[in-house]
Design a protein around this ligand. Structure first.
Ligand code: LHQ
Length: 266
């Protein structure tokens, strides 16, 4: 029997749903899953019909990070090259997620540990089931937070909390994560997928060009000065102003009807 795909994708309207699918290993990443995961985001970037992405996990977990079964020191000749795993494996996919000019929504359906937690935090809008937990498991392994975690945590929850959760590996509940501003919303478990799908579908029908530029602008604010950001806004707004969705948005307002966006660029 053919092995089941470790990453499932489905396209419904403009929404691409990506599901991590190794539930018996809590969707932890082996090499094949890492590659399939990257390919799913490459498709999201390449295919103009895709206007938003919803990322989630199969089974009771979102993702337990790296598959530690692949790192068993008893089965290895020497220490692994973790720099290579990050540079060649996780890094390019995380870069794709951050640079993709389309909204990426994450529905954290259960525990998110190690790289799994930080992949979630790299997404644009994160919803989590109230039973889900975020665990910076790295401290238990003698590692630093990776998959962008040291960056995301420091920016989202500030240095004091970031250092504490990273050094203690304490599980952070979804509700705590919401209160800290680490995620957008904690949602009752049985409502998570309906709410996440509704939000992602709504965004997939939005003014994709403008939403993509909104994402880039907000991300750039982390390193730009206020003055630089004003200039970036002027430049991006110039591009948005030439997009068909801007004309449609204004027309729809004047005609007192809902806008019908195409997501097409200027
Ligand atoms: C697992 C895993 C797992 C394999 C659960 N691997 N099987 C990046 C680049 C390069 C290298 C190194 O690292 C990184 C980034 C990283 O992600 S490092 C961090 C790696 N992840 C962890 O340290 C988390 C390890 N897992 C856990 O701490 C727990 O499993 C959590 C807290 C996630 C869930 O706990 P429970 O709900 O109690 O479930 P469990 O522990 O019983 O796990 C269920 C099964 O899943 C079990 O298998 P089994 O055959 O015994 O039923 C686990 O062995 C397996 N599993 N995580 N990462």
């Amino acid at each position: 029997m053919a092995e089941e795909a470790s990453v499932l994708t489905s396209l419904d309207g403009g929404l691409l749903t990506i599901t991590l699918n190794r539930p018996e290993k809590l969707n932890s990443f082996n090499k094949a899953q890492q590659i399939a995961f990257r390919e799913a985001f490459e498709e999201a970037e390449r295919n103009d019909d895709i206007r938003a992405v919803l990322l989630t996990g199969a089974g009771r977990a979102f993702c337990a990070g790296q598959d530690l079964g692949d790192r068993d020191p008893r089965k290895m000749d020497g220490p692994p090259d973790l720099s290579a795993t990050l540079r060649e494996g996780y890094g390019p996919t995380l870069t794709l997620i951050r640079q993709l000019e389309k909204p990426v929504i994450c529905a954290v359906n259960g525990v998110a540990a190690g790289a799994g937690a930080n992949i979630a935090l790299a997404c644009d809008i994160v919803l989590a089931a109230k039973s889900a937990k975020f665990i910076q498991a790295f401290a238990k392994l003698g590692l630093v937070p990776d998959a962008g975690g040291s960056w995301s945590l420091a920016r989202l929850i500030g240095e004091a909390r970031a250092k504490a959760v990273a050094m203690t590996a304490m599980p952070v509940s979804a509700e705590q994560a919401e209160q800290w501003g680490m995620i957008w919303k904690a949602i009752d478990d049985d409502r998570l997928m309906d709410e996440a799908t509704a939000l992602a579908s709504q965004l997939a029908e939005g003014a994709t060009f403008g939403l993509g530029k909104t994402k880039l602008a907000i991300q750039a604010a982390a390193t730009n000065s206020f003055i630089e950001q004003l200039e970036l806004e002027a430049q991006l707004q110039g591009e948005c102003g030439r997009s068909p969705d801007y004309a449609e948005g204004v027309l729809a307002f004047m005609e007192k009807r809902p806008a019908k966006f195409t997501g097409k660029p200027a």
